[in-house]
Design a protein around this ligand. Sequence first.
Ligand code: GDP
Ligand code: MG
Length: 473
Amino acid sequence: MSNNRQTDYLKKIHHVADDAKTLINRAIQNRVCIGITGLSRSGKSTFITSLINQLKQHGARNARLGGFSPWLKKRIIQVIEHPLENRYLPRFDYEQAADSLSGSSPHWPAPTRDISGVLLEIRLADKSWFGRKTHKSVFIELRDYPGEWLVDLPLLKMSFRDWCIEVEKQLSREPRSRFSNNPLESLRTLDPFSDYDDTVIDTQRAAYIDFLHSCKQQSPPLTIIQPGRFIEPGTQAGHPALHFIPLVSCSKYSEAQLQAADKDSYFKQLETIFESYKSDIVKPFFKAFIEPINRQVVLVDVLNVLHGGEAYLHEMMHALEAIGESFEYDGGLFHSRIEKVLYAATKVDQVVSQDHDNVRHLLSSIVRKSLERIQGAQADLRVEAVASVRSSHAQTQGNEEILKGISTDGDAIGFVNPRIPDHIPSDSEFAAFIDWKLPELNPPKGIRANQDQAIPHIRMDEVLHNLMGDICR
Ligand SMILES: Nc1nc2c(ncn2[C@@H]2O[C@H](COP(=O)(O)OP(=O)(O)O)[C@@H](O)[C@H]2O)c(=O)[nH]1
Ligand SMILES: [Mg+2]
């Protein structure tokens, strides 16, 4: 956005009587762009809906935001939505999501696979000067985007040979090694030095994409799906930069040997396409949508990870490492400077309250281990365990706490859960979770999220405090 347009824009949303220049400076200072990411089904759309709702319904009788100081001090005057400045960023449809969570037959917001955003202004009562009450405005942009796209980021720092070696390792390991359509053997037949043949690549590529789809269709789905755009091309379907495959025999040769290959060889041709995938598809996405983000929420469905078992946990840690790396990326065209990262375990209402703290500690262990190899990170990291929409309530029976809720079939159910460990489980400890039937709940009936009520939650006030407590001061 040009400076003029930005000035106009900010003028519009401020009191004209005030000194526009000071206000603009202040607005830029009091502005954050918060990315909300997580793998698919981790709970992003529901989380954003609840976050917006908690802010908008700060005055509701059922609002519970004790962890957020501006609410406790009754400083929030108004929360207003403004149009997004980036016109390529679709608007997050809060009204629709709030409608779906409301009423007598509530349901979860419809799944979305794309990026979207929303820009909010929070007006806060400020100190009064000489008896005159003032207010300050804080601008919060929220951006919801699939964590799967971040998983492509490590490619930017890899040569084509590096990537081929990585894929070879992945395909040789559990669980991929046992998939019936694992393409490793077939990819091994390609000699990097032979003459490039387009029809061979077409066939191999189709088989590789088919395999990536099977990875995604696992339950729970595998998370390292590279290149990400092969199965979710978005608007880029058919782009020539998507026409490559890994040459798994590259590990037998050094970079120097491969660089000496003929320009018409598989290696040289595919290397060129791989480089254009990075420069034409991955980098522009990061530049336009990720670079402006300065605070980040990473949602992790920790309970589902436990349920998925050990191989799934390792896959998830690998994805978290890639996601963590992307937050402090400095590579030519684009730099990301995330100053705060909040990792949040979602859907914690699926376990009894005595386990909530363990869920948080378990996520801490997962994050610590995943980020072990990332050195010198500057961002401030935090871990929380939350429920965006609290969909269960507790009842005590004898000495036991039992959770009650509505199943996705609409039946009233009661359930307990195996004790959640506060650490990464050992092989034998995992057994209890694999057989565990995770209760898939409907949202609770009768919330008026779209009118005058706050959505019941667990620790979303701590989330607000972590993400914007400082700039709301
Ligand atoms: N019990 C419970 N389930 C949730 C909560 N948030 C999300 N879910 C479940 O997780 C599913 C995926 O959530 P969604 O927000 O669409 O995930 P996204 O794909 O990351 O945007 C929903 O359809 C719900 O079944 C929560 O706070 N509590
Ligand atoms: Mg979503």
